[in-house]
Design a protein around this ligand. Structure first.
Ligand SMILES: Cc1cc2nc3c(=O)[nH]c(=O)nc-3n(C[C@H](O)[C@H](O)[C@H](O)COP(=O)(O)OP(=O)(O)OC[C@H]3O[C@@H](n4cnc5c(N)ncnc54)[C@H](O)[C@@H]3O)c2cc1C
Length: 382
């Protein structure tokens, strides 16, 4: 029996894992990316991403996060690549901690453990932190971080080792008069025809499909900073401090210093809109200053820490923060995967598994991830 030929466009966290799973299922897969897996403009670029199970009451993300963690660990071991790093995640709630409280019964059902720490104990355990205005603290034990750019490269290499074909080219879909995809036009002037097409193009989806996505996914500019720790102080390095999340307005989160690159801090509030291809990646002085203020307050030893590296990345925000996993409404053989909304790197292995099942006809996409719900929305970055 001939296997279906499936073209996956986009080798980020979503496309890379989808291509790998499809290849494992025996499909004949071509993975194509304009700039390569985890490149510096992609949403999956950069050093690290958090992986956590606490997800409010969104059960499907808890399930996928747990399945993904299993695969991150198992495949990292099989491929002899360090992808997942166990640090635990320190949740600090400045006000209401419903998000954690609602999650705990769900994640405990799946066998994960979370401890609520007494403030005095937290202070003893983490002298690096000023808990003065914090109301409650939780330690999520199995959480940690993933090597982002590195993982994208490894997944693409493993996909090729398993027989998949990878090409570094730009792709333009060519539609026929019934509005279905007829073939792909590639940037080297060639064309590619496949049985099915999966567009996992992250922040490029609105431009590729203006009629069906348009403003339904807004692409916001997100800044990431690495601050230098004082000489001789290892209190902010991996092994000494967990990944952390400060649940407040704005929400800051970060990763301890990995590979001596500095203490990472990200502001989760949505930045202005960004064009992922053309816009500059220089961080704004105002936002750096805001992050510095927060840093000095929460981690007093870092009060005068210099900014030693920075990145500008982007979130692809759907109106409700949920993913997009659906068939193109006019093109039965075309799938659109995206809407990562700032939380989907971790899900890659589980999401790719699910998408591969949908594409191979063994599962149907969940209505909560439909394209239909993007219609008439005008979500935009702040
Ligand atoms: C600052 C920041 C922090 C984050 N923190 C976390 C976190 O801690 N935990 C977490 O789980 N998630 C986090 N996320 C979110 C997560 O990184 C994204 O949801 C995820 O990486 C999105 O992956 P993607 O594959 O959809 O997109 P991308 O990684 O952008 O991949 C899309 C790919 O498609 C390719 N492409 C697009 N158009 C074309 C075309 N026409 N032809 C060929 N190729 C094309 C691009 O080159 C790109 O490589 C964060 C995101 C950012 C920006």
């Amino acid at each position: 029996m001939t296997q279906p030929h499936i073209a996956v466009i986009g080798a980020g966290a979503m496309g890379g894992w989808t291509a790998w799973h499809l290849q494992q299922k025996g499909a004949n897969v071509t993975l194509i990316d304009a700039w390569g897996p985890g490149h510096s403009r992609a949403s999956s670029g950069g050093e690290t991403r958090l992986i956590r199970g606490i997800y409010g009451q969104d059960r499907i993300y808890v399930e996928w996060s747990i399945r993904a963690l299993e695969l991150w660990k198992e495949l990292g071991k099989r491929w002899q690549e360090s992808l997942y790093h166990h640090t635990g995640l320190l949740w600090m709630f400045v006000e209401d901690d419903d998000y954690a409280k609602l999650s705990i019964p769900v994640i405990e059902e799946f066998g994960l453990t979370v401890d609520q720490l007494e403030l005095a104990d937290a202070q003893k355990q983490y002298p690096q932190v000023n808990f003065e205005d914090v109301q409650s603290v939780y330690l999520e034990h199995s959480a940690g971080y993933l090597k982002a750019r590195h993982a994208c490269r490894v997944v693409c290499e493993q996909f090729q080792k398993a027989g998949g074909v990878y090409q570094q080219l730009g792709v333009d879909p060519e539609f026929n008069d019934r509005d279905e995809i007829d073939h792909l036009r590639l940037s080297d002037g060639s064309t590619l025809t496949a049985d099915q097409y999966v567009f996992a193009c992250g922040p490029w989806l609105p431009k590729l499909f203006p009629d069906i996505i348009g403003t339904g996914i807004s692409v916001s500019r997100q800044e990431v900073y690495y601050f230098g720790t004082p000489a001789g102080v290892d209190l902010f390095d991996t092994g000494q401090f967990p990944a952390w999340l400060n649940y407040d307005e704005p929400l800051y989160y970060g990763v301890p210093s990995v590979d001596r690159r500095g203490f990472k801090i990200c502001d989760d509030s949505r930045g202005p809109l960004i064009d992922p291809t053309h816009d500059s990646r220089i961080p704004s002085e105002t936002r750096i200053e805001q992050a510095r203020q927060f840093l000095g307050h929460r981690f007093p030893l870092l009060k005068d820490a210099p900014l030693i590296e920075s990145r500008v990345c982007q979130y692809s925000n759907s109106p409700d923060g949920h993913l997009v996993i659906d068939r193109h409404p006019h093109s039965e053989n075309t799938w659109i995967i995206g809407g990562g909304s700032g939380h989907s790197f971790k899900l890659g292995p589980a999401l790719g598994e699910h998408v591969s099942q949908c594409v191979m006809g063994a599962a149907e996409p969940n209505a909560m991830f439909s394209i239909e719900r993007l219609k008439d929305t005008n979500s935009s970055g702040s």
